[in-house]
Ligand binder design. Structure first.
Ligand code: ADP
Ligand code: MG
Length: 376
């Protein structure tokens, strides 16, 4: 419940707040990208980005701000303040903790008072119901298992226990994660468990803490028990943007939609691009447009089908994901591809962004955590 009056000029209020606090505040030049205000005091020079949106600021927006601060134009700033009129999603705090971001402070307004929020991971609300997520494409090798496991990882980083159900006869999830993994909380955050089961082992009453069940489906449609497909609240349908496969993939996705709809007419279906090369802007743009056009008629007939624009959220190609599973050949303990390289982890960021997107575009209870501090 935003208490801030969104009709007043939020940026001006923020500017005045910092002036009263002893900063010299100047508005950024109108063509400046990445920040709205510049604050100086003593040896400090701070870039402030002000977000007036009604929705909570999400992890993708934090990532962009950090990228700006690390860019040549951002180099003159000693720190950054990200100020929101409506708070932050839980993934933002997870990102701050996981990447140990120290040069960005998050501020939220309660009434007209600025509160610095340090992002205690909010406790998940009591179980309302379990959310079932299917990861499903009638095709092998597109990233179903990878996406199931790491989406579970993003939920776990946000403090949710997750059950992963391996519906594939190849049992890759089992091979990769064994019976499961524990994702420890960082710096006081909650830890959470990812449990791997096969479909005969799953009984809701045995897992009272579990709010999220993710099913890694078999590409052979008939191998997936109908009882599970029926339960899906939403499905993720991974695909890739390669030119030769594009029409074939569109066809695969269409068949996947039809297959799910035979049994489940209510699930929201999201196509997500995997193996995305974010440095190929121009080529991606063209391929993205083709794929999107392919689905337009389909989506017009079925408002619960969505194509996630890869410019907003995609799972980027990464060596970490490519070699995820190397621990099996080394006989090492199961782990996700969330290891940091130079303090950052591309896959971790992508899956937190995907979770943010799903929270924003579905009404699943499970992904929604309690209001973050500063707004309670
Ligand atoms: N974003 C990515 N970047 C790099 N490699 C990936 C990515 N996604 C998947 N892979 C690799 O592609 C292969 C197939 O993925 P997988 O999840 O097993 O597909 P599926 O379950 O659909 O058969 C795996 O070896 C995986 O490591
Ligand atoms: Mg698989």
């Amino acid at each position: 419940m935003p208490q801030f009056d969104h009709n007043s000029d939020f940026k001006k209020v923020v500017l005045q707040h910092f002036e009263q606090d002893g900063w010299t505040a100047t508005a950024a030049p109108s063509d400046a990208i990445g920040y709205n205000l510049e604050l100086t005091r003593g040896s400090e020079c701070v870039a402030v980005q002000v977000k007036q949106q009604r929705a909570k600021v999400h992890a993708g927006q934090l990532e962009k701000f950090i990228d700006f601060l690390e860019s040549p134009t951002g180099a003159k700033f000693t720190r950054g303040f990200l100020i929101s009129a409506s708070g932050f999603t839980p993934s933002v705090f997870t990102y701050m903790r996981a990447e140990e971001v120290v040069d960005v402070a998050l501020g939220s307004f309660k009434g007209h008072t600025l509160l610095w929020v340090d992002g205690d991971i909010p406790t998940p609300p009591p179980r309302a119901h379990i959310t079932y997520i299917g990861v499903f494409t009638c095709k092998g090798g597109v990233g179903k298992t990878t996406i199931s496991a790491h989406l579970a990882g993003a939920f776990a980083l946000n403090g949710y226990d997750v059950v992963l159900i391996d519906l594939d006869r190849q049992s890759n999830l089992r091979k990769l994660l064994g019976d499961g993994v524990y994702i420890p909380g960082r710096r006081g955050g909650l830890g959470a468990t990812i449990t791997v089961l096969n479909h005969t082992e799953w009984r809701e009453e045995d897992y009272p803490e579990t709010r999220v069940v993710i099913c890694d489906c078999s590409p052979e449609y008939d191998a997936n028990p109908e009882a599970f497909i029926e339960k899906f609240n939403f499905c993720l349908i991974p695909t890739t943007l390669n030119p030769l496969g594009i029409n074939k993939n569109a066809d695969v996705i269409r068949r996947t939609f039809t297959a799910i709809r035979r049994i489940n007419t209510t699930a929201e279906l999201f196509v997500i691009v995997n193996n995305y090369h974010s440095d190929e802007t121009k080529r991606n743009d063209v391929l993205n447009r083709i794929l999107k056009t392919e689905f337009e008629t389909l989506m017009a007939d079925d408002p619960k089908c969505h194509y996630i624009d890869p410019e907003t959220v995609a799972i980027r190609f990464s060596k970490q994901l490519l070699y995820w599973g190397y621990h099996i050949v080394e006989n090492d303990k199961p782990q996700l591809a969330f290891r940091e390289i130079g303090g950052r982890s591309l896959p971790r960021t992508d899956f937190l962004k995907l979770l943010d997107y799903l929270e924003d575009h579905t009404n699943i209870e499970a992904a929604k955590a309690k209001e973050v501090r500063g707004e309670e």
